[in-house]
Design a protein around this ligand. Sequence first.
Ligand code: ADP
Ligand code: ZN
Ligand code: ZN
Length: 719
Amino acid sequence: MTKVVRIAMNRPLRRLFDYTLGADLSLQPGQRVQVPFGRQQITGLVTAVGVTPPPGVSLKPVRSVMESWPALPKETLRLLSWASDYYQHPLGECLFTALPPALRRGRPALRKTEAWWRARSSGAQLPPQAHRQKALLAWLLQYSQGAATSAILSAGFNRSQLKTLEQKQLIEAAEPVLATTPTESFAAPTLSPAQTDTAAQLPDPAQGFSACLLYGITGSGKTEIYLHYLKQHLGEQDQALVLVPEINLTPQTVARFQRYFGQRIVVWHSALNDGQRLDTWLKIRHGEPVILIGTRSAVLLPFTGLRTLIVDEEHDSSYKQGDGFRYSARDLAVYRAHLNKCPVILGSATPSLESWHNAQQGKYTLATLEERAGNARPPQIKLLDIRSRPLEGGLSRPALNAIKQVLDNGEQVLVYVNRRGFAPVMMCFDCGHMVECPRCDTRLTYHRRDNAMRCHHCDFQAAATSQCPKCQSDAFKPVGQGTERSEDILTTAFPDTPVVRVDRDSTQRKGSIQAILQTVNTGEPCILVGTQMLAKGHDFANVTLVVVINADGGLFSVDFRAPEQLLQTLLQVSGRAGRGDKPGTVLVQTCHSDHPLLRTLCTGHYGDMAEQLLVEREGGQLPPYRAMAIFRAEADTMEKSLQILDTIKPLAQAPGLEIWGPLPALIARRADRYRAQLVINADNRKRLSKTLANVCLHLDQQKQPSGSRWMIDVDPQET
Ligand code: ADP
Ligand code: ZN
Ligand code: ZN
């Protein structure tokens, strides 16, 4: 009898394809094959062998088997199949997400042999200005057996520095060695008594699966605890995964891990090239005992010996993929730990309400750490009501005075503004005209540096004008605050102090956030002005004052997650103050100083805020008390989008399911596409899943209006 195998393609199709297998071939699930598909030969992944095909169809044979081993081992396949069902995304696309681009395209799974380097001298003869070359030599000297080029690059050095040192014969080629640790063992700080207590509450890997929420305030030493935990529990042959929201913003985290674990540390993020991705992927797949520090998609990699997972800043919204296969890396990490029978630690100073709720319910254990490491004290948060105060560029007099004082003391200030550009809108004070994006239902942000008006939702851009485009009045002015404007005001107010702006525009220009932060790292008095980017994990020892220009944006938003995100951001930004020996203060400017959430913010106890928000969520029958999914549609007219959703509304009716909509999305038109959504809110996840599967199947079989598109978002982050 002919053998038949079932194969998944990297196509947005909710179905698999059967092929026959030559008698001389054998296959197991997860293997890569080449198969004829239409007129093409494409790469597929085997999902099942020995299947019975539907009668009466003639099957084509598998053309070739690409490796003798499964590219996706059993447990990774199970994870992805589960995710495909849970997120209602076609299995083929889910499976291919776990392959590096080269293997998706059908390239061989061969590892380039990578050059290794060893130091030959301490480089005393190098000129004093060759800082980076000296630093590279010093780094290499830690490893008597040498280091791989990739390890050298991920430690922050570049190829031209390597080349120069090679030409000067200060380094030489070395034989590759597997995962080594630094020869001189690094003297790790001992944990404080409070940290030791907290570390003792973390799960013991010998006990199998356990999910633990590590709630530790900013600066309490969570990273230090992760390091000790891995040191203590990770076996020599074990793999570990540490998920982080963004690597490029905080390379010092990787450096800290490298000090402990040397070249056992491997990184995974979007800036790797295809060769680096393949190389790292192969290390993981072949079970090398690496500790992988990676962003979102690292959770999908084919680990074979994974014994510990850590999700740092677990509340961060970047763990949720925003298009295509819309998975949550945090939630998949928990499922993966469950499959692997190993622990997962979710760490944050501002845990998501989902995780907080899970800890309350006893689904996760809770380990807490409510004091800062070393001599640092938690910052004091104060509200500054600006209702009747004159503002200079968004800053009140008391805030400016406080800034002056801190600078006079030789300390640093961080000013948080939630919008990049100069001002969120240009308005005519004669006719009231506000400049809108011609392609979106949004206003254009004024960027003064480039004299441009830009849409932050599509790539539209226009030259800025000094007159109202409608009535030609000269009373045409920027309204509201952006980072550029705050930078200008602060530069004028404090002409002798460097003002450093950190946002997407300034980091793009400078190449990296690290280049920008050099001034800050000297510890000299300076003012940092920036967006969310400044809230993430930075350790500025000399920042003692944080000023929040305006806290009110998220208080009255229609998005039910807005208050949670506002508090998380405010606490994370606040957490940058007073991390050294000097105490920190946070001034939050607001027009709603009596708002209960802001009042709780001042206590600094995130737990109280979370409880308060959870009561609201429960009252509103919202996640985490209910399961939510959103069908989104977009088309060249709103009618078409609403029409698609109207047809599925009756199909989504089921007991225990509430349906809201269809309604136009918050920004109904974006890049000339009209968007609508249908929200499904369920008291039972199984029923929700089943209903969604039915609706997706129906939508797939139906011909949709031309130029339209629909998608499904399970556990949406944005509503
Ligand atoms: P978190 O991740 O909780 O914000 P970190 O792990 O980054 O905190 O620690 C904050 C700062 O305190 C870092 O500079 C870290 O090196 C330092 N630190 C943490 N624990 C200790 C300790 N036990 N001894 C000395 N310094 C510590
Ligand atoms: Zn006008
Ligand atoms: Zn636009």
